[in-house]
Design a protein around this ligand. Structure first.
Ligand code: ADP
Ligand code: MG
Length: 254
């Protein structure tokens, strides 16, 4: 196995009295795609947000490229304790959201260039060249100068993927990237994600699209009420599910 980019060990996350993650272990080795599946409310988004430190957690470890997150405090008061480390991890784990989250007052090109310029302080000409190349790569190189509202949902999501790529992250995190799209637009985004998987990008993907999960994943994790109920290679999880709950879940989703 290649070195893990992200390792999550025994992670516990509560919102006040509500325990959402109850001791979860997930590893994304370099070059692998790990998909997270499970019912709404099972904790998938929370797990992604804990992985890139957008959320605090109460117990367990997040290890980024072999480097454990330094925590400060305990229990409900535990936070990442090293600000520079937190920023380094966040900028290296680019997230793509269900609702695209593009800035509506910026053109597509500006959206893609913003974080590399302001967060990473990279050279403008270099960032622009790279932004244009990523927009070409996702098939919307001709949309640089328009605003998000002028694009279809599928185009907006592809712009959001270009924006994530332009950070040159160590891994990509996707949270239901195709759920907000009409079926005919879904496939253009699925194709981009499949291409990224085929290039050997490290990805942690929350999805309701079982066909995509089967096609792109090296490993599939089924979460149920904040715990891993079953996991394995896609052939095992989809074709020979062991747990009754996973069988039930798959019977209504595929
Ligand atoms: P999923 O992505 O699998 O649908 P989530 O991780 O979004 O699940 O949510 C898991 C549980 O945590 C749900 O019960 C949800 O209501 C709760 N939850 C998520 N975010 C918050 C929050 N900011 N405050 C309180 N509860 C939350
Ligand atoms: Mg979610």
């Amino acid at each position: 196995m290649t070195d893990p980019v992200i390792e999550i060990r025994n992670l516990h996350k509560s919102y006040s009295a509500l325990e959402v993650l109850k001791g979860v272990d997930v590893t994304a080795p370099a070059g692998h795609v790990v998909s997270l599946i499970g019912s709404s409310g099972s904790g998938k988004s929370t797990l992604l947000r804990c992985a890139n430190l957008l959320e605090d957690s109460q117990e367990g470890d997040v290890i980024f490229c072999g480097e454990p997150v330094v925590w400060k405090g305990t229990g409900l008061h535990r936070h990442p304790g090293d600000h520079a480390q937190m920023i380094r991890i966040r900028t290296n784990l680019s997230m793509v959201f269900q609702q695209f989250n593009l800035w509506s007052h910026m053109t597509i090109l500006q959206n893609v260039m913003e974080a590399p310029l302001t967060v990473l302080k990279r050279d403008r000409a270099e960032v622009e060249a790279s932004a244009r190349a990523y927009l070409d790569k996702v098939g919307i190189g001709d949309k640089c100068d328009v605003y998000p509202a002028q694009l279809s949902g599928g185009q907006q999501q592809r712009a959001a993927i270009a924006r994530a790529l332009c950070m040159e992250p160590k891994a990509l995190l996707f949270d239901e990237p195709t759920s907000a799209l009409d079926p005919e637009l879904e496939q253009e985004v699925v194709k981009v994600i499949k291409d990224l998987a085929a290039e050997g990008r490290t990805m942690l993907v929350v999805t309701h699209d079982m066909r995509m999960a089967r096609d792109i994943s090296d490993h599939v994790v089924f979460l149920h009420q904040g715990l891993i109920e079953e996991e394995g290679p896609p052939e095992a999880v989809f074709d020979a599910p062991q747990s009754e709950r996973l069988r039930g879940f798959l019977s209504v989703t595929q």
